[in-house]
Design a protein. Structure first.
Length: 55
């Protein structure tokens, strides 16, 4: 994911919780990747052990 440098630190210092990662196509997974790319610290929950490699 490529984010312009101006926005790269938009969420720097912020913390978030992402709930329900199911697979690499889930909305939660996309949000987690985007928030991290913008500098946020995140905690995640996942649906089951099949999703564990993603987190």
């Amino acid at each position: 994911m490529s984010i312009p440098t101006v926005k790269a630190k938009l969420l720097q210092g912020r913390k978030g919780l992402i709930v329900g990662i199911a697979n690499d196509r889930s909305i939660a997974w996309g949000r987690a990747r985007a928030f991290r790319a913008l500098g946020a610290e995140i905690a995640v929950t996942y649906l089951n052990d099949k999703a564990l490699p993603l987190v």
